[in-house]
Design a binder for this molecule. Sequence first.
Ligand SMILES: NC(=O)c1ccc[n+]([C@@H]2O[C@H](COP(=O)([O-])OP(=O)(O)OC[C@H]3O[C@@H](n4cnc5c(N)ncnc54)[C@H](O)[C@@H]3O)[C@@H](O)[C@H]2O)c1
Length: 457
Amino acid sequence: MERRGFLKSSIFGAALIGARAIVPGAINSASGKSAPSDKVKIGLIGCRNQGWTNLEAFLDYPETECIALCDVDEEWLNKRAADLEKRTGKKPKQLVKDWRKIIDNKDVDLVIIGTPDHWHCLQLVAACEAGKDVYVEKPLANTLEECDLMVEAARKYKRVVQVGQWQRSDPHWDEAAAFVQSGKLGRVRTVKVWAYQPSKWSLPAAPDSNPPAGVDYDMWLGPAPKRPFNENRFHYNFRFFWDYAGGLTADWGVHLLDYALKGMNVGLPEYVYGAGGKLGYPDDAMETPDTLMATFKYPDFNIIWDHACGIGNGLFDKKEGLAFFGENGTLLLTRAGWEVRPEMTNSGRNFPYCYPCDNKPSSPVPRMEALAWRKGEGKGLYRHAGNTLKCIKNRELPSADVAIGATVAKLCLMGNISCRLGRALSWDNAANSFVNDNEASTLSKAIYSEPWKLPTI
Ligand SMILES: NC(=O)c1ccc[n+]([C@@H]2O[C@H](COP(=O)([O-])OP(=O)(O)OC[C@H]3O[C@@H](n4cnc5c(N)ncnc54)[C@H](O)[C@@H]3O)[C@@H](O)[C@H]2O)c1
């Protein structure tokens, strides 16, 4: 395939240059041509929404410069080029619809990948092969197999790969996780994680049509199955179609479940059961469940994911968040902050209250001190960009390193696969595969449409 030829010819040079700078145990420094004082030169692939938001966060740091923009949609490409010029006073040097030209651009140090999930793996692996550091959007990928490949590529080519799970750089999330690990909550038996999204409404069915003028639709589809254009499956709404993404579980789930794993200090579970479907909007166009609950079972606790589209009444009056239920108290954590609500006890009196004996319950007392709501500072994305830049310089692992992104993306995908198959699944961590379930294993694999090939590392 031409692409492989392209990668070999264009990337080989960069890989060799990079090889000079290998420091054992550290991540290899960027292409080797820039002095540490130089600006980090950014190329953005996928400009419309989050890709652009990410770029803006990087541009808040004076040591960055965006030299290249890429999007398959000319309208958004031109709009973002104008936005960039307005913001920085400079036009991007390179404006392209084919992302491979960004990879081929020797001056690009950092590639931001803001494309739909089905593209992340190909673009990330190519960028790593080319000796570039990467900021890639979450969820890391659309299949378990791709997640593993992406970790392998980052490690093999010694690249800094930051995943867009920006909570990892937002201090209050780590404060809350440290509190869970302090043991003060007592034994945590349940972690509930939820996203109730009144804004994720139904998607009325729409007929297939021609792609809008100026859109390279083949390049939008890429490795996904060929099909006629449909506006429902395009910008933003791709999230709700299995070919490109994993619905609300993968979209919101990776952000929040990441902290369930971090708080409990665990990786993937040995058992998952996901149940749900299109219960709210059975006739609309979305493929992914509008309602889903997944139980991830660990030896002595459960993590429960719960989402609903079109309903905003989440737990504790929060649309989304997570709650660690301990025997002494419950820690509630959201993007806005965190708090601890103590469990109440009857201070040693027997329960239940018995009459006419005088074993009257005393007034309840808290099992631990309450912690009032601690507001987060609300600069997670800005700090995440800063952490990426720091790691590009010092070659350390970033706060949402690719392996972190891979684990939580795989967790979410496992919940989705169980729900799609309608049965519980066992997972073997040592073998990195589902246990005795061919259908689940098939859904964990990436099947690419020609001419695209799953990268080999
Ligand atoms: N970290 C966060 O807080 C956060 C928030 C929103 C979205 N996201 C993630 O960002 C990614 C993009 O989501 P979005 O909402 O920005 O989607 P979007 O559809 O608004 O934007 C994606 C852009 O990528 C372009 N694109 C598609 N294929 C391309 C290709 N092969 N080459 C170049 N450009 C291509 C599209 O034309 C579009 O402009 C998703 O993975 C999503 O989960 C993360």
